[in-house]
Design a protein around this ligand. Structure first.
Ligand SMILES: *Cc1c(COP(=O)(O)O)cnc(C)c1O
Length: 341
């Protein structure tokens, strides 16, 4: 793919994952482009178009030091020929980490701010200040979380609708959710017979579901696909992961050559495993939302976790799941892995 604002579903790749009698399919958004990763390319596409159409020469957005969104925006800006500035929560020396070094190399300017300043990122008067600092700028919220961001993700749903056009009972779609923008776009365009499992990678407040409904309604008042929000896999906070996460990452790599990272995709894949273990007949579609650039910041911790006894236990449990899913379902129930959503 060479143009971030011209994504076609022809570029989308699928990977069938073998799983006993059940159809398990992975939509590999991570393979769309080596730099404009996964779901971020869909959230940015229409924003880039709008920025250009409105005559802006610069896009400003916000993120942490390992932000997939910032990384993707730097790449998309470079491709589309539009300047980018990343307002980064943290200190100057973070610029040396792999994620932000890439962003700089792709032409992004970085502006480091303390927590207090970063907290103003949704305020119009702060946006005004930033436009005075950097020149007239199109502002994209943190994570690409705006209406156009969600709208761009409708294309992901269309790809699923097309692939499963003749699947009468529909499929169970699973994806990782941070801001919920991608999930909202998909839910708004997914055919009614499918269901969507939205896996929160961080604890959300009670307002999350309300906001999600509102966003879906704004995109498509006729939206009918059912969705469920799962809070069972975030481990208590954003970017938190444990020996079980490490085991799942290694298992998916060994068993399917499927690369996962611990912040988003492994947490969502844990939901895929619990769905499979529970049994059922509808095909399961896992949306790989990308984020693999973030692995570089996690390797040391993953290596430490691989040395723990629990890691071996969980790895064996995942391997057993592929041999005997019924037995594994019972195990999961005992361990309380299967959490109601
Ligand atoms: C940003 C990100 C998400 C979350 O997307 P939202 O639209 O904010 O919910 C999921 N997966 C990966 C890999 C991401 O980088």
């Amino acid at each position: 793919m060479s143009n971030a604002s011209d994504l076609s579903s022809a570029a989308l790749q699928w990977q069938a994952l073998d799983w006993h009698q059940r159809e398990l399919d992975c939509l590999r958004l991570d393979l769309i482009d080596p730099l404009i990763s996964g779901n971020k390319s869909f959230k940015l596409a229409l924003n880039l178009k709008a920025a250009k159409a409105q005559g802006f020469e610069r896009i400003v957005s916000f993120g942490g030091a390992y932000s997939n969104h910032i990384h993707a925006l730097a790449a998309a800006g470079q491709t589309a020929g539009i300047k980018t500035t990343g307002v980064i929560r943290g200190q100057e020396h973070y610029a040396q980490n792999p994620c932000l070094s890439d962003a700089i190399n792709m032409g992004m300017e970085l502006h480091f701010v303390d927590r207090k300043t970063y907290a103003k990122r949704y305020q119009a008067d702060y946006w005004q200040q930033l436009s005075e600092l950097f020149g007239p700028s199109y502002i994209v919220p943190e994570g690409g979380a705006n209406h156009l961001g969600a709208k761009g993700c409708e294309q992901i749903a269309q790809a699923i609708n097309n692939r499963y056009q003749t699947c009468e009972n529909g499929v169970e779609v699973v994806l990782a959710s941070g801001t919920g923008t991608t999930a909202a776009g998909i839910a708004s365009a997914l055919d009614a017979r499918h269901s969507l499992h939205i896996v929160n990678v961080l604890p959300q407040n009670e307002d999350f579901a309300v906001q999600l409904h509102r966003q879906i309604e704004a995109l498509n008042p006729e939206a009918k696909a059912r969705f469920e929000i799962s809070n069972a896999h975030h481990l208590g906070s954003y970017a938190k992961f444990d020996a079980q996460t490490a085991a799942l990452i290694d298992f998916a790599q060994q068993h399917w050559q499927l690369p996962l990272e611990p912040i988003y995709t492994a947490k969502a894949f844990a939901r895929v495993v619990s769905l499979l273990a529970r049994g059922g007949t509808r095909p399961v579609v896992f949306i790989h939302t990308g984020g693999l650039q973030g692995l570089r910041g996690c390797q040391a911790k993953l290596d430490t976790l691989r040395g723990k006894a629990e890691y071996q236990t969980h790895l064996a449990r995942y391997q057993n799941l592929t041999i005997n899913p019924d037995q594994a379902a019972a195990m999961d129930a005992e361990e309380g892995v299967l959490c109601p959503i």
